[in-house]
Design a protein around this ligand. Sequence first.
Ligand code: NAI
Ligand SMILES: O=CCc1c[nH]c2ccccc12
Length: 296
Amino acid sequence: MANIHTPIPSLKLNDGTSVPMLAYGTGTAWFKSGDESKIDRALVDSIKTAIKLGYNHLDGAEVYKTEPELGLAIQESGVSRDKLYVVTKVNQNIDDIESALKASLKKLQLEYVDLYLIHQPFFAKSDEDLQKAWAVMEKVKEAGLTKSIGVSNYISKQIEATLKTAKTVPAVNQIEFHPYLQHGPLLDLHKKHGIATSAYGPLTAATKAKPGPADDYLASLAKKYAVSEGEVSLRWCIDQDVIAITTSSKEQRLSDYLRAATFKLTPTEIKRLNELGNEKHFRGFWGAKFNKEDRS
Ligand SMILES: NC(=O)C1=CN([C@@H]2O[C@H](COP(=O)(O)OP(=O)(O)OC[C@H]3O[C@@H](n4cnc5c(N)ncnc54)[C@H](O)[C@@H]3O)[C@@H](O)[C@H]2O)C=CC1
Ligand SMILES: O=CCc1c[nH]c2ccccc12
């Protein structure tokens, strides 16, 4: 099993910090439905394997109940804190963001996270609710509990409402993103305000959404670059300045995904994949919560 020889590219955020563009996620496949304090040793070992392979960006969330495993794996990895980029998100304790972050930090055994996100906007009954929550995010950043703050699963109108009263522009919006969900107008808004896009579900076109109009082209690019279709999908994110968050319980897959750092798609290839992707709309998460406004 090859270790990475090409460094993972990084992206500069609007607050001056840098984020590695390929991340290991502790949600989806790892989501814990039972007792949070019962350690999933397979997850701890998988995170440690990922770190050993070269992943330094680790994505967590209060709702995944996997922060204890993330904290343990970081400790056991022996890698120094400043070499890792750790993300977590607030969901169920959105009404007390400061306590939620302090509780997450305790479980993570950390003094700060690199990025703290509001996991989803559906808690808000009004623009004012979004604005109040964002003001507390600004407060926890000022207190040094997180280096950067951002949002997740926000559509344009929720970002616009937040920006109306924000002192700090969100650094990131973490959204489902792949060739069959390209969010044209939302990404334009991100660019206008210097908000970085972070992609979950980046492998969807190569895994869950088959068959689809991009299948043959993804296969031909995989052949050309001697990688898998999943790795083409990850590189398609990176080449568009989008951070890709993936995961696997399989060491071989985690190792293979790192090949996304070793090649580059051409602008023509990205354009073609975007055109083919736009022929189909597929959303793997949150279906009913979004409306057609967000399609493009
Ligand atoms: N902010 C949010 O609301 C959300 C955030 N996330 C974050 O993003 C991370 C990654 O999300 P995913 O959707 O899992 O990303 P993904 O699109 O990279 O899919 C990874 C999954 O695909 C499977 N896979 C890989 N290659 C495959 C193949 N050839 N055939 C079939 N299956 C294959 C893997 O085993 C893994 O379970 C999560 O762990 C979490 O940290 C995920 C969902 C929502
Ligand atoms: O993060 C991904 C998906 C997810 C699953 N359950 C919840 C609850 C609240 C926010 C996100 C999620």
